[in-house]
Design a protein around this ligand. Structure first.
Ligand code: CMC
Length: 392
């Protein structure tokens, strides 16, 4: 039986041509083959290249996951050491990028600042338009290494502080927190942040990745593709939801509202509750399960139990009222907040991690490229005749 959300469109497919299938928002449409990740939306399963997300979150670092996504297998020690050296070697921003960030208004949206700076990186990369697999791999490493430096430098500059030069050693998580705060993080903050990076690295053909692959499939360059992907992630229906979640939790905290009543009111007003629902998951997003445990631990340790309590009450209300479950953005918000990170940096941090996934998708796209070009069903008028301008 035909899915009610899909239908055969009458947009003029000619006799003998395969019928055109229309699905609003491309729901349920399989656009390409990918070896990068598998999501079972009914079971709440997420796998990166064969490895379950629970296993990866417990046993690997962001660098291992980035290597896995780019290369197809987990690194051995020597390969891990090599990719760490490659990432560290690319951490320093070209000075002109710092000038771009200095010229960015301090009240700019951090995702817009990131989008502009990532786009500008192309001007200072002699390999920007080199489409060889080797150059594209190097750009994947370079972009993943430089994104944290852009976010940290923008945040410091808007606060009237000088950017902090990256460390020559340490993990991506360690170095980002160091560049952001100007002091080295403790092992717990580093590990917590590292797990967040593992969880956000890849998620199939989500909107930003699809946008990036569409751009990449025209054989445009990696900088153009990831710049488009950043634009996609910025929206509140996608990565921008984590900022909205924190705004909601802070409002509950500030007003002393009962979280369950707060949510019921939103639902009664037909408002969406950010951090809930998913196009693919129809049960709890497994990443939310891992992040929820992190919120519980952090809120105990930091004597900030309210974030866990509000979140749990909201989760229970959404389950009982709507049978809608949390996605990755719901619990990541309180984790970042308890790590002392400003809420409007939450989506850029998502991008920091997802840069590894976006670039892995581009490497995959270019192995067997095919232009991605769907069609629209024309629903406008036909047979109009142009009248002279003075008669219109
Ligand atoms: N709060 C309240 N109702 C919701 C929510 C929500 N968060 N999500 C879905 N619904 C309802 C929706 O109103 C609709 O109800 P009805 O059939 O009565 O009109 C039904 O569930 C189906 O929703 P939909 O919007 O058609 O589903 P979708 O597959 O198009 O949307 C979504 C997926 C993520 C856009 C949506 O769930 C949403 O807007 N969530 C809030 C934003 C959010 O958290 N985004 C992050 C997504 S996951 C991680 C990421 O990409 O960053």
């Amino acid at each position: 039986m035909q899915d009610p959300l899909t239908k055969v469109a009458g947009d003029g497919s000619k006799a003998g041509e395969a019928p055109v299938v229309k699905a609003r928002g491309l729901e349920g449409v399989v656009a390409l083959d990918s070896e990068l990740s598998f999501i079972d939306g009914q079971q709440g399963t997420l796998i990166y290249r064969g490895y379950d997300i629970f296993d990866l979150a417990e046993h690997t670092s962001f660098e291992e996951v980035a290597y896995l996504l780019w290369n197809g297998s987990l690194p051995n020690q020597q390969q891990l050491d090599e990719v760490k050296v490659q990432l560290r070697a690319e951490r320093t921003l070209p000075p002109m990028i710092l000038d771009v960030l200095r010229a960015t208004p301090e009240d700019a949206n951090p995702m817009a600042a990131l989008r502009t700076a990532v786009s500008a990186l192309a001007h200072f990369d002699g390999e920007a338009d080199d489409m060889s697999p080797e150059a594209n791999y190097r750009k994947a490493v370079r972009l993943t290494a430089r994104t944290p430096a852009i976010i940290a430098a923008f945040d410091r500059l808007r606060k009237g502080q000088e950017p902090v030069a990256p460390l020559r050693d340490g993990s991506t998580a360690h170095n980002f927190l160091y560049m952001l705060n100007g002091e080295e993080p403790g092992p717990q903050a580093e590990r917590t942040f590292d797990v967040c990076l593992v969880l956000h690295a890849e998620h199939g053909l989500n909107a930003s990745t699809f946008a990036g692959r569409v751009i990449g499939a025209t054989l445009s360059d990696m900088y153009s593709a990831v710049t488009g992907a950043i634009g996609g992630l910025k929206g509140p229906l996608h990565g921008g939801a984590n900022i909205e979640v924190m705004k909601m939790l802070l409002e509950i905290d500030r007003t002393g509202a009962d979280p369950a009543d707060f949510i019921r009111k939103k639902l009664a007003n037909k408002e969406k509750v950010m951090g809930f629902g998913h196009r693919v998951y129809k049960t709890v997003d497994p990443r939310a399960t891992i992040l929820r445990e992190m919120v519980e631990e952090l809120s105990e340790e930091r004597d900030a139990r309210q974030w866990y309590d509000y979140s749990t009450a909201i989760m229970e209300t959404m389950a009982s009222e709507k049978s809608i479950y949390p996605n990755v953005d719901f619990f990541s918000a309180s984790v970042y907040y308890m790590l002392g990170i400003d809420p409007d940096l939450f989506t850029p941090i998502f991008a920091l991690s997802r840069m590894s996934g976006w670039t892995a998708h581009l490497l995959e796209q270019w192995k067997e490229n095919r232009l991605i070009r769907p069609r629209a069903e024309y629903v406008g008028p036909r047979d109009l005749k142009v009248r002279p301008i003075e008669q219109r």
